[in-house]
Design a protein around this ligand. Sequence first.
Ligand code: SAH
Length: 369
Amino acid sequence: MRQMTLFETIRRLRDTHRLTAAGYETLLLCDDPVAEEVLRGQARAAALESFGRGIYVRGLVEIGNICRNDCFYCGIRASNSKVCRYTLTADEILGCCRRGYATGLRTFVLQGGENPAQFSGKSEMLPGGVAEQSAATGVEWLEDLVRRIKAECPECAVTLSLGEMSAAQYRALKAAGADRYLLRHETRNAEHYRFLHPAQMSQQRRLQCLSDLRAAGFQTGAGMMVGSPGQTIGNLVEDLLFLQEFRPEMIGTGPFVHHPDTPFAGCPDGSVELTLKLISILRLMDPHALIPATTALSTLAPDGRARGILAGANVVMPNLSPATVRGKYSLYEGKACTGAESAEGLDALRSELAAIGCEISPSRGDWRG
Ligand code: SAH
């Protein structure tokens, strides 16, 4: 009887791409191995139908780890004085993209801490310093960088993951040629958001940014950590209901992984199993969404990437940052950045994908609904 309800819920999600809060809760709490297998199988089938066997690959360039924010979970938070701070120059970033382009990569993801001084190129913001405010858009350096990447790497897509900005800045970056923007909502529950972030950060602002990104014309990415401190199953249900309404083109979700030099140092890591289940639910909610098997998932499980794909993910993001800075971009402990998690490891990735009947897609992998 209970199993019938589970199968019926999975079928409804597959066929209508939406559920009520109670439906999502039923799936998240389900510990019936047969039903879990059915959920995973249906999600994988939906991914195969939308994307075939091709997996989209994005080269991740971590452009800097100076950040004005102080998110309690994040290793590069402003008040972590143990971090060795760096910013890559435009030439270094272009060099990474050129290397990636030569190996066949057609999407570059520029990710980093929120550092207005770097983005404007107007002044050095030393940790604790203040950026000059004279710039017209405040993101001139980034605009120029995006234009140079698009000029040097024909047909490539540029994804930005650089945090909160004004609507005008997002528009300027879109006009410069950027295609996609990742900004996780982190949690849809207001109280939980306040538990994860200092008082200066506002959930309302985060949600405003997501709607500004969409209005600017970006393929927009949202998402949450799984098992972040204080998170309840009810919070995840709220996340799913939010994603079901907002319908982001990209949905990034990975387990929380503790970092020893943050206020959440002693908190347990998120669950790999629950992350995989969420990937499957998200895939059935949106058969066309771009859903990565995240680095955090690979960090907690050596076979996390393959299992993420078999649960319905269709994107991987190997690290393309210069080897010298990879250790410094430490969002959490033990972050994977070698082997198939690195752009040098594309052959390893290729054979890993082949082992599960997949292959690297040569396309730039835009959202197609
Ligand atoms: N500053 C940018 C991009 C860097 S953080 C931004 O805030 O969007 C990128 C993502 O890494 C965050 O959205 C968060 O969900 C994830 N992250 C940060 N710390 C983490 C941790 N300790 N464990 C797992 N994921 C983490």
